[in-house]
Design a protein around this ligand. Structure first.
Ligand code: GLC
Length: 406
């Protein structure tokens, strides 16, 4: 891990899966799942017309939601490139109804909005004539000899191009680096770090700077054998089970997304939340509406997320709750997944707290230090702090109490 620690405090990023697979509205694996030939898939390139493409709008939505960085698919497994690459014609500048360097506009817009920039690049490539026809390839029923070294050269050239022509890149995020291929990762790693010394590398087999669980949240974060927390980022979908735009999917609710963000933060990880814009280049209505609700929650509650991490182990979490902890300000944040009845007892916090307030309106929460015994019929463990809560659940996606330690 590099000196800069922006990644450890960011906690929330936007993942964007966008490419010609958006036209299928059946996800980014359609070409392989439906075993399309290159010619069949080309109709999506021909009809790709992002007339409502609005990277400034995407960046504004991400920023308002409290997202601190972007990961954008420059090329997914289908091999279609969103930038002006000189190594293949299969790119957005040559697509007849597009004709722009989409990556440049996206990167410029997000950088201008103050977000850090990450580029996703698929190591797998179903379009390149030298990429091996493995058992995930759309042409897997029609095996043919391929020149692997030719592909390795192509991928090294493309990565070099991306890390040379698009300014400072904070993360290079690889995917599709299946272990049954030799990616010459060591060489790639050296080249990347010489071009962008502060960059973080993800999912380059053997050379990743952080861990990258997908569609799952490790219950205790990711730790080494001694129990020390390692840097990690969970990537999660906003709808269904795929990443590219999928029209018929079920979207997560805003409450689920906030809980997801809290689950990541409370275990010391970042949430990389995916959106799949439509082929016309806009966010679909569901995603836009969900992110606006997240933005409203973050407006009041972002202090419990940015800069926060796992709480000290000496403070066990009460039932149905999560803690996040800001080590700089020494504030502990109590997140409620379920709103309790009137009182909550916080183990081992008696005599340790100076003040507590609801974060969504800055209103005092009354505290009582309790000695062991029976409080209103409940057996309360020694050293608990009792908080008296409003009867009505505060009107917010997820209530948070900010606890200032002595
Ligand atoms: C999986 C999917 C891929 C997606 C990635 C995101 O590897 O196969 O389509 O881009 O997850 O993490």
């Amino acid at each position: 891990m590099n000196e800069n620690n922006w990644f450890d405090t960011a906690r929330f990023g936007m993942f964007i899966h966008w490419g010609v697979y958006a036209l299928t509205a059946r996800g980014e694996w359609t070409e392989s799942i439906e075993k399309m030939t290159i010619e069949e898939y080309e109709k999506y390139v021909k009809f790709f017309n992002p007339d409502l493409f609005d990277p400034k709008g995407w960046a504004a939505v991400a920023k308002a939601a409290g997202m601190k960085y972007l990961i954008i698919t420059s090329k997914h497994h289908d091999g279609f490139c969103l930038w002006d690459t000189k190594y293949t014609d299969y790119n957005s500048v040559n697509a007849p109804r597009c004709r722009r360097d989409l990556l440049r506009e996206i990167v410029d817009a997000f950088r201008k909005a103050g977000l850090n920039i990450g580029i996703y690049y698929s190591l797998a490539d179903w379009h390149h004539p030298d990429y091996e026809i493995d058992d995930r390839h759309p042409l897997r029923d029609k095996p043919a000899p391929r020149n692997w070294q030719g592909y390795i050269e192509f991928l090294q050239n493309q990565v070099q191009e991306l890390l040379t022509n698009y300014g400072k890149v904070d993360i290079i995020w690889f995917d599709g680096g299946y272990p049954d291929h030799n990616w010459e990762a060591e060489k790639l790693d050296a080249m990347i770090r010489s071009l962008q010394p502060d960059i973080l590398i993800n999912r380059l087999p053997g050379f990743s700077d952080f861990h990258s669980p997908e569609q799952t949240i490790p219950s205790q974060g990711i730790r080494d054998e001694a129990g020390n927390l390692l840097p990690w980022e969970g990537c999660q979908v906003l709808s269904g089970g795929c990443w590219g735009y999928s029209r018929d999917n079920q979207w997560k609710t805003p409450e689920e997304v906030v809980q997801m963000l809290v689950r990541h933060t409370s275990r010391g990880g970042n949430l990389l939340l995916n959106v799949g814009p439509t082929s016309r280049g806009s966010l679909d209505n569901h995603s836009g509406a969900i992110l606006r609700e997240i933005a409203e929650w973050m407006r009041w509650n972002s202090r419990s997320i940015h800069g926060c991490t796992v709480a000290p182990a000496e403070f066990p979490e009460p039932e149905d709750c999560r803690y996040t902890w800001n080590p700089e300000t020494r504030c502990l944040y109590l997140h409620f997944f379920v709103w309790p009845d009137r009182r909550i007892f916080l183990p081992k916090l008696a005599d340790k707290v100076e003040y507590a307030q609801l974060l969504c309106d800055g209103s005092e929460i009354m505290m009582t230090e309790h000695t062991p015994g029976n409080v209103h019929g409940a057996k309360v463990p020694e050293g608990s702090l009792m908080l008296s809560l409003p009867v009505a659940r505060p009107d917010t996606l997820e209530p948070v109490i900010e606890i200032f330690m002595k």
